[in-house]
Design a protein around this ligand. Structure first.
Ligand SMILES: [Zn+2]
Length: 151
């Protein structure tokens, strides 16, 4: 990263940039990010990847995502996730952050490795700037722009 001239950001809680976005952006923005990601790749793959990341943090005692009543299978709308018994907004945010960081897609780990998608995520974030000024993300926003658009 440093070698490529990209500024490294230390987020509160030492979370990844993906997790910082998922924690701090409004749910509306997370929905837009999920939609953009599902459009760029295969929607079913994206939702299955998210489901696999959700199990373990979903609050249910079942750790097998195939059997977990909370986690399977996820709908395209975050509001539908939250209508389930176990799934809180916090779990939705953790799941999106973890999946965006770690879920395998197109042979690579993480959703935003494609430049076009990273730019789209950046523009979604920009359109919600006013609502995140008080968050860690809002405080360090210049650096995340570097993450999205490069130097
Ligand atoms: Zn589960």
């Amino acid at each position: 990263m440093a070698k490529a001239g990209v500024q490294v950001v230390l987020w509160d809680g030492m979370v990844s940039t993906e997790q910082r976005l998922a924690n701090d952006l409004p749910l509306l923005a997370l929905q837009a990010i999920l939609d953009a990601t599902a459009c760029t790749y295969d929607a079913d793959c994206i939702l299955q990847g998210a489901k696999a990341k959700m199990c373990g943090i979903c609050g249910s005692r079942e750790t097998n995502p195939e059997r977990c009543a909370a986690c399977r299978p996820l709908e395209p709308q975050l509001s539908d996730w939250m209508s389930r018994t176990f799934i809180t907004e916090q779990i939705v945010r953790q799941t999106i952050g973890l999946a965006a960081k770690k879920a395998k897609i197109a042979g690579r780990e993480g959703w935003f490795k494609r430049t076009d998608l990273a730019e789209e995520v950046g523009s979604i974030m920009s359109s919600h700037l006013a609502t995140v000024v008080a968050t860690d993300l809002g405080q360090k926003i210049g650096r995340i722009e570097t993450w999205c658009y490069g130097d």
